[in-house]
Design a protein around this ligand. Structure first.
Ligand SMILES: Cc1cc2nc3c(=O)[nH]c(=O)nc-3n(C[C@H](O)[C@H](O)[C@H](O)COP(=O)(O)O)c2cc1C
Length: 249
Protein backbone atom coordinates (compact mmCIF):
# COMPACT_ATOMS: atom_id res chain seq x y z
CA UNK A 1 0.00 0.00 0.00
CA UNK A 2 1.54 3.35 -0.98
CA UNK A 3 1.72 6.17 1.51
CA UNK A 4 0.24 8.69 -0.85
CA UNK A 5 -2.84 6.85 -2.11
CA UNK A 6 -5.12 4.58 -0.13
CA UNK A 7 -8.08 2.97 -1.91
CA UNK A 8 -10.96 1.57 0.07
CA UNK A 9 -12.96 0.37 -2.91
CA UNK A 10 -15.23 -2.59 -2.36
CA UNK A 11 -15.56 -2.43 1.43
CA UNK A 12 -18.51 -4.72 2.22
CA UNK A 13 -21.66 -2.89 3.22
CA UNK A 14 -22.60 -3.36 6.89
CA UNK A 15 -25.76 -5.40 7.42
CA UNK A 16 -28.68 -3.96 9.39
CA UNK A 17 -29.00 -5.40 12.87
CA UNK A 18 -31.52 -2.91 14.25
CA UNK A 19 -34.25 -4.17 16.57
CA UNK A 20 -35.52 -0.67 17.27
CA UNK A 21 -39.11 -0.48 18.45
CA UNK A 22 -41.48 2.47 18.55
CA UNK A 23 -42.76 3.82 21.87
CA UNK A 24 -46.40 2.78 22.37
CA UNK A 25 -47.44 6.36 23.10
CA UNK A 26 -46.01 8.66 20.44
CA UNK A 27 -46.83 11.74 22.53
CA UNK A 28 -44.76 10.55 25.52
CA UNK A 29 -41.74 12.71 26.33
CA UNK A 30 -38.32 11.12 25.87
CA UNK A 31 -36.72 10.16 29.17
CA UNK A 32 -33.50 12.02 29.95
CA UNK A 33 -30.26 10.15 29.56
CA UNK A 34 -27.33 11.29 31.68
CA UNK A 35 -23.92 10.12 30.55
CA UNK A 36 -21.64 10.25 33.55
CA UNK A 37 -18.88 7.85 32.47
CA UNK A 38 -15.33 9.17 32.63
CA UNK A 39 -13.44 7.06 30.15
CA UNK A 40 -9.71 7.23 30.54
CA UNK A 41 -8.08 7.29 27.13
CA UNK A 42 -4.66 5.74 26.81
CA UNK A 43 -2.75 5.37 23.59
CA UNK A 44 0.98 5.66 22.93
CA UNK A 45 2.08 9.31 23.18
CA UNK A 46 2.00 11.25 19.94
CA UNK A 47 5.27 13.20 19.67
CA UNK A 48 6.48 15.65 17.02
CA UNK A 49 9.17 13.15 16.04
CA UNK A 50 6.41 10.65 15.12
CA UNK A 51 4.79 12.97 12.64
CA UNK A 52 5.30 13.02 8.88
CA UNK A 53 5.76 16.55 7.48
CA UNK A 54 2.77 15.82 5.21
CA UNK A 55 -0.61 15.30 6.94
CA UNK A 56 -1.96 13.15 4.09
CA UNK A 57 0.92 10.71 4.56
CA UNK A 58 0.41 10.90 8.32
CA UNK A 59 -3.30 10.18 7.84
CA UNK A 60 -2.57 7.21 5.58
CA UNK A 61 -0.19 5.79 8.19
CA UNK A 62 -2.90 6.05 10.86
CA UNK A 63 -5.53 4.62 8.53
CA UNK A 64 -3.28 1.72 7.49
CA UNK A 65 -2.63 0.84 11.13
CA UNK A 66 -6.37 1.09 11.93
CA UNK A 67 -7.15 -1.27 9.03
CA UNK A 68 -4.35 -3.76 9.82
CA UNK A 69 -3.27 -3.24 13.40
CA UNK A 70 -0.04 -4.51 14.90
CA UNK A 71 -0.42 -7.58 17.10
CA UNK A 72 -2.05 -6.69 20.41
CA UNK A 73 -3.68 -3.52 19.03
CA UNK A 74 -7.47 -3.57 18.52
CA UNK A 75 -8.97 -3.53 15.04
CA UNK A 76 -10.96 -0.39 14.28
CA UNK A 77 -14.40 -1.07 12.83
CA UNK A 78 -15.10 0.92 9.68
CA UNK A 79 -12.34 3.52 10.15
CA UNK A 80 -13.37 5.01 6.80
CA UNK A 81 -16.66 6.29 8.26
CA UNK A 82 -16.39 10.03 8.76
CA UNK A 83 -18.63 12.92 9.68
CA UNK A 84 -18.90 15.39 6.83
CA UNK A 85 -20.04 18.90 7.68
CA UNK A 86 -21.16 21.38 5.08
CA UNK A 87 -23.05 24.63 5.20
CA UNK A 88 -24.85 27.06 2.97
CA UNK A 89 -23.36 30.52 2.60
CA UNK A 90 -25.59 31.81 5.41
CA UNK A 91 -23.52 29.63 7.75
CA UNK A 92 -25.96 27.13 9.26
CA UNK A 93 -24.08 23.80 9.23
CA UNK A 94 -25.34 20.29 8.53
CA UNK A 95 -23.52 17.01 9.16
CA UNK A 96 -23.87 13.40 8.12
CA UNK A 97 -21.74 10.26 7.90
CA UNK A 98 -20.12 9.26 4.60
CA UNK A 99 -17.41 6.77 3.71
CA UNK A 100 -13.92 7.84 2.74
CA UNK A 101 -12.96 5.95 -0.40
CA UNK A 102 -9.53 7.26 -1.33
CA UNK A 103 -6.83 9.51 0.06
CA UNK A 104 -4.62 10.67 -2.79
CA UNK A 105 -1.77 13.15 -2.83
CA UNK A 106 -4.28 16.06 -2.94
CA UNK A 107 -7.04 15.12 -0.55
CA UNK A 108 -9.85 13.01 0.86
CA UNK A 109 -12.42 11.54 -1.58
CA UNK A 110 -15.98 10.36 -0.95
CA UNK A 111 -18.84 9.57 -3.35
CA UNK A 112 -22.44 10.67 -3.31
CA UNK A 113 -25.41 11.99 -5.24
CA UNK A 114 -24.62 15.42 -6.75
CA UNK A 115 -28.24 16.55 -6.17
CA UNK A 116 -28.24 15.64 -2.48
CA UNK A 117 -28.41 18.20 0.29
CA UNK A 118 -24.67 17.89 1.01
CA UNK A 119 -23.81 18.36 -2.66
CA UNK A 120 -26.12 21.34 -3.00
CA UNK A 121 -24.48 22.88 0.06
CA UNK A 122 -20.98 22.15 -1.28
CA UNK A 123 -21.88 23.69 -4.64
CA UNK A 124 -23.11 26.85 -2.90
CA UNK A 125 -20.25 27.04 -0.40
CA UNK A 126 -17.28 24.86 -1.43
CA UNK A 127 -15.82 24.22 2.03
CA UNK A 128 -16.17 21.12 4.18
CA UNK A 129 -15.03 19.70 7.46
CA UNK A 130 -14.42 16.00 8.15
CA UNK A 131 -14.11 14.25 11.50
CA UNK A 132 -12.99 10.69 12.16
CA UNK A 133 -13.24 9.01 15.57
CA UNK A 134 -11.54 5.67 16.05
CA UNK A 135 -12.81 4.67 19.47
CA UNK A 136 -10.93 1.37 19.71
CA UNK A 137 -7.54 3.12 19.56
CA UNK A 138 -8.53 6.53 21.00
CA UNK A 139 -7.61 8.48 17.92
CA UNK A 140 -9.40 11.22 16.07
CA UNK A 141 -8.60 13.26 12.98
CA UNK A 142 -10.29 16.40 11.75
CA UNK A 143 -9.91 18.12 8.43
CA UNK A 144 -10.97 21.47 7.03
CA UNK A 145 -10.67 22.19 3.34
CA UNK A 146 -12.03 23.39 0.06
CA UNK A 147 -13.86 20.89 -2.12
CA UNK A 148 -13.90 20.07 -5.82
CA UNK A 149 -15.70 17.39 -7.81
CA UNK A 150 -13.44 14.51 -8.88
CA UNK A 151 -13.15 13.86 -12.63
CA UNK A 152 -15.98 11.97 -14.35
CA UNK A 153 -13.43 9.21 -15.15
CA UNK A 154 -12.65 8.73 -11.43
CA UNK A 155 -16.35 8.56 -10.56
CA UNK A 156 -17.08 6.07 -13.34
CA UNK A 157 -14.08 3.94 -12.33
CA UNK A 158 -15.27 3.78 -8.73
CA UNK A 159 -18.94 3.28 -9.69
CA UNK A 160 -17.95 0.12 -11.63
CA UNK A 161 -16.55 -1.43 -8.42
CA UNK A 162 -19.82 -0.95 -6.49
CA UNK A 163 -22.21 -3.84 -5.89
CA UNK A 164 -25.00 -3.91 -8.50
CA UNK A 165 -27.64 -3.14 -5.85
CA UNK A 166 -25.84 0.08 -4.93
CA UNK A 167 -25.52 0.98 -8.62
CA UNK A 168 -29.29 0.52 -9.05
CA UNK A 169 -29.86 2.54 -5.87
CA UNK A 170 -27.88 5.46 -7.28
CA UNK A 171 -30.41 5.72 -10.14
CA UNK A 172 -33.49 4.90 -8.08
CA UNK A 173 -32.93 7.24 -5.13
CA UNK A 174 -33.33 10.99 -5.47
CA UNK A 175 -31.19 11.39 -2.38
CA UNK A 176 -32.38 13.90 0.23
CA UNK A 177 -35.85 14.40 -1.31
CA UNK A 178 -39.07 13.29 0.41
CA UNK A 179 -40.28 9.91 -0.79
CA UNK A 180 -42.96 7.34 0.02
CA UNK A 181 -41.87 3.77 0.74
CA UNK A 182 -43.80 2.40 -2.23
CA UNK A 183 -42.43 5.01 -4.59
CA UNK A 184 -38.88 3.99 -3.71
CA UNK A 185 -39.62 0.29 -4.25
CA UNK A 186 -41.34 1.06 -7.56
CA UNK A 187 -38.39 3.14 -8.67
CA UNK A 188 -35.98 0.34 -7.76
CA UNK A 189 -38.08 -2.18 -9.75
CA UNK A 190 -38.26 0.14 -12.75
CA UNK A 191 -34.52 0.79 -12.59
CA UNK A 192 -33.75 -2.94 -12.37
CA UNK A 193 -35.84 -3.54 -15.49
CA UNK A 194 -34.17 -0.67 -17.31
CA UNK A 195 -30.69 -2.15 -16.78
CA UNK A 196 -31.66 -5.84 -17.05
CA UNK A 197 -28.90 -7.84 -18.72
CA UNK A 198 -26.53 -4.89 -19.06
CA UNK A 199 -23.93 -3.10 -16.99
CA UNK A 200 -25.42 -0.22 -14.94
CA UNK A 201 -23.92 3.08 -16.12
CA UNK A 202 -22.75 5.70 -13.65
CA UNK A 203 -25.45 8.43 -13.50
CA UNK A 204 -24.34 11.96 -14.36
CA UNK A 205 -25.81 13.04 -11.01
CA UNK A 206 -23.53 10.72 -9.05
CA UNK A 207 -19.82 11.07 -8.31
CA UNK A 208 -17.04 12.00 -5.98
CA UNK A 209 -15.97 15.07 -4.07
CA UNK A 210 -12.37 15.69 -3.03
CA UNK A 211 -11.67 17.69 0.13
CA UNK A 212 -8.38 19.58 -0.36
CA UNK A 213 -7.25 20.26 3.18
CA UNK A 214 -5.67 23.42 4.51
CA UNK A 215 -6.00 22.26 8.11
CA UNK A 216 -5.62 18.72 9.53
CA UNK A 217 -5.53 17.85 13.22
CA UNK A 218 -4.39 14.56 14.77
CA UNK A 219 -5.70 13.78 18.27
CA UNK A 220 -4.50 10.97 20.46
CA UNK A 221 -6.39 10.29 23.70
CA UNK A 222 -4.36 10.42 26.92
CA UNK A 223 -5.28 9.96 30.59
CA UNK A 224 -6.89 12.81 32.55
CA UNK A 225 -7.95 14.52 29.33
CA UNK A 226 -4.35 15.62 28.69
CA UNK A 227 -4.58 14.54 25.10
CA UNK A 228 -1.93 14.97 22.43
CA UNK A 229 -3.05 17.26 19.61
CA UNK A 230 -1.11 18.43 16.58
CA UNK A 231 -2.51 20.73 13.94
CA UNK A 232 -1.10 21.10 10.43
CA UNK A 233 -1.94 24.25 8.51
CA UNK A 234 -0.97 25.92 5.28
CA UNK A 235 -2.68 28.65 3.27
CA UNK A 236 -5.61 27.58 1.13
CA UNK A 237 -4.47 26.65 -2.39
CA UNK A 238 -0.80 26.38 -1.41
CA UNK A 239 1.24 23.29 -2.22
CA UNK A 240 4.09 24.40 0.02
CA UNK A 241 5.27 23.15 3.38
CA UNK A 242 2.88 22.57 6.24
CA UNK A 243 3.24 24.28 9.61
CA UNK A 244 2.71 21.92 12.56
CA UNK A 245 1.75 23.21 16.02
CA UNK A 246 0.94 21.40 19.22
CA UNK A 247 -2.43 22.37 20.70
CA UNK A 248 -3.65 22.35 24.27
CA UNK A 249 -6.05 19.52 24.94
C1 LIG B 1 -21.82 4.36 7.95
C2 LIG B 1 -22.50 5.22 6.92
C3 LIG B 1 -21.89 5.43 5.70
C4 LIG B 1 -22.48 6.23 4.74
N1 LIG B 1 -21.81 6.47 3.57
C5 LIG B 1 -22.35 7.30 2.65
C6 LIG B 1 -21.59 7.66 1.49
O1 LIG B 1 -20.43 7.26 1.30
N2 LIG B 1 -22.20 8.49 0.60
C7 LIG B 1 -23.45 8.99 0.79
O2 LIG B 1 -23.93 9.73 -0.06
N3 LIG B 1 -24.17 8.70 1.89
C8 LIG B 1 -23.64 7.87 2.83
N4 LIG B 1 -24.34 7.59 3.97
C9 LIG B 1 -25.68 8.21 4.14
C10 LIG B 1 -25.52 9.65 4.64
O3 LIG B 1 -25.20 9.66 6.02
C11 LIG B 1 -26.74 10.52 4.39
O4 LIG B 1 -27.90 9.91 4.94
C12 LIG B 1 -26.99 10.76 2.90
O5 LIG B 1 -25.80 10.94 2.19
C13 LIG B 1 -27.89 11.96 2.69
O6 LIG B 1 -27.28 13.10 3.26
P1 LIG B 1 -27.71 14.59 2.85
O7 LIG B 1 -29.21 14.57 2.74
O8 LIG B 1 -27.20 15.46 3.94
O9 LIG B 1 -27.05 14.89 1.51
C14 LIG B 1 -23.76 6.81 4.97
C15 LIG B 1 -24.36 6.61 6.22
C16 LIG B 1 -23.73 5.85 7.17
C17 LIG B 1 -24.39 5.70 8.52
Amino acid sequence: MSNSTQHLYGTPAPQPTSTDTHPSDPSSAPSNIHLTSHNQYKTPRLLPSHLSPNPLIQFNQWLASALSPAEGTPLVKEPEAMTLSTSLSHGIPSSRIVLLKTVDSRGFIFFTNYNSRKSRELSANPYASLAFYWREISRSVRVVGRVEKVSREESVEYFRTRPRGSQIGAWASEQSTEVGEETLEERVEKTEKRWEGTEVECPEHWGGWRVLPFEVEFWSGQPSRLHDRFRYTRPEGSDGEWTVKRLSP
